[in-house]
Design a protein around this ligand. Sequence first.
Ligand code: AMP
Ligand code: ZN
Length: 133
Amino acid sequence: MENCIFCKIAKGEIPSGTIEETNQFRVVLDVSPATRGHALILPKAHYTNLYDLPEEMAAEAMKLAQKMAQRMKERLHCDGVNILQNNEEAAGQTVFHFHLHVIPRYREDGQKIGWKPGEPTSQELDEIRELLG
Ligand code: AMP
Ligand code: ZN
């Protein structure tokens, strides 16, 4: 992927705030962080999103997220951590190279990551369970 900014960052071709590196991943600080310490887990190989990420890589990414979350608790003394991952524009993806957000949270950080709770009927829940189950 010639023009993918995260390919270049992940492979170390352009400088980044790297906080961890493995054979297959680089973890960098987000340049427009939601909170202090907001990090991104990037595979060095290009995958557009979760749909095309090999399952072993998905497992490795989550292991790294766990390690980063534990490190954030220990060193930043955050009050919580969100793990977030967007797929496609409709879901808020803006950079089309798979990445996992690791966002330390602080009680008074003023950020909101959430949704308006829906109120489905039991028939709607049954229908969706049929479709997805
Ligand atoms: P998403 O909306 O899930 O695609 O997230 C993209 C994230 O990448 C945003 O949080 C951006 O702030 C972050 N971002 C974009 N460009 C860079 C960059 N050059 N270095 C680090 N983070 C970046
Ligand atoms: Zn890429």
